[in-house]
Design a protein around this ligand. Structure first.
Ligand code: COA
Length: 261
């Protein structure tokens, strides 16, 4: 099991709760955190006492997405996002996870902070939740099969606003398109997710798992294939001049200059 104090895992009443715990960096996700989450999911799958998983941040922030310092380090080391990296292991694991997953999202949910929700079964949002997919703005492309799942969910044109323009959308818009189940005051969000998870955990596990499997069966192979395709493109783009400029600009707290990219 990979240890990371930036990811807390707590199991109670049949629910394994995975909490982002890196508020000083807006819960941005490092390699160690992806590894810890992938391990926590693998353990939750094996543990008969776990019947449901919850992902949560705190009232102010869900996750600022991938740690950009990590991205820059990978580019400088010449080893961008290969299929073996923890992020891809985490995505493969969450996409194929057989038990129900519930998420509680307050504040910004950037990049993978939004795309991981496409692999959750129930999503509750604080009214301060802001979803954004700024892959293009970082010289990158979507991951987590979001290039497949978002157009299906939103239609091409609204997905293009989210994925090409990278424009954030708020909780009410996410509710309207079906990305979230309910919008509540931030102070109530984690408790609501926990209550719904406990309801699920009280149900017969084999029936829950079979129902989830059937709901996803038609699409599971395409999702895994698209994630692989996205991963290859993502790794290629990460070494490009636009990504390097975007990561460097973020670290230097300036606007990126794409005039030569
Ligand atoms: N990677 C690394 N560090 C990050 C980060 C990320 N994705 N997001 C935020 N941080 C760090 C900031 O560098 C800052 O660190 P510092 O205090 O050492 O300077 C700290 O977290 C606070 O961030 P700040 O931008 O000041 O907070 P904010 O409340 O003004 O804005 C966000 C919050 C999430 C809107 C903003 O941080 C943001 O847009 N982050 C980048 C998101 C992104 O592009 N992610 C990649 C997706 S693929």
């Amino acid at each position: 099991m990979t240890e990371s104090s930036d990811i807390l895992v707590h199991t109670e009443a049949g629910v394994a709760t995975i909490t982002f715990n890196r508020a000083d960096k807006k819960n941005s996700i490092t390699e160690a955190m992806y590894a810890a989450m992938a391990d926590a999911l693998a353990a939750a799958e094996q543990d008969a006492a776990v019947r449901c998983v919850v992902f949560q941040g705190d009232m102010a922030i869900f996750s600022a997405g991938n740690d950009i310092a990590d991205f820059l380090e990978q580019v400088q080391a010449g080893s961008p996002a290969s299929g073996e990296r923890p992020v891809w292991r985490f995505l493969r694991t969450i996409a194929a996870f057989p038990k129900p997953i519930v998420a509680a999202v307050c504040g910004p949910a950037v990049g993978i902070g939004t795309t991981l929700l496409l692999h959750c079964d129930l999503v509750y949002a604080g009214d301060n939740a802001a979803f954004s997919l700024p892959f293009v703005n970082l010289g990158l492309c979507p991951e987590a099969a979001s290039s497949l799942l978002l157009p299906q969910m939103l239609g091409h044109h609204r997905a293009a606003e989210a994925l090409l323009l990278g424009e954030p959308f708020m909780a009410e818009a996410a509710l309207e398109v079906g990305l979230v189940n309910r919008v509540v005051p931030p102070a109530e969000c984690n408790a609501l997710a926990q209550a719904q998870a406990r309801k699920l955990a009280a149900k017969p596990l084999a029936a829950l798992m079979e129902t989830k499997r059937l709901m996803k069966a038609g699409q599971a192979p395409q999702v895994q294939a698209r994630m692989q395709e996205e991963g290859a493109s993502f790794a290629r783009l990460m070494t490009g001049p636009a990504a390097r400029e975007a990561f460097t600009a973020f670290m230097e707290k300036r606007r990126p200059d794409f005039s030569h990219c």
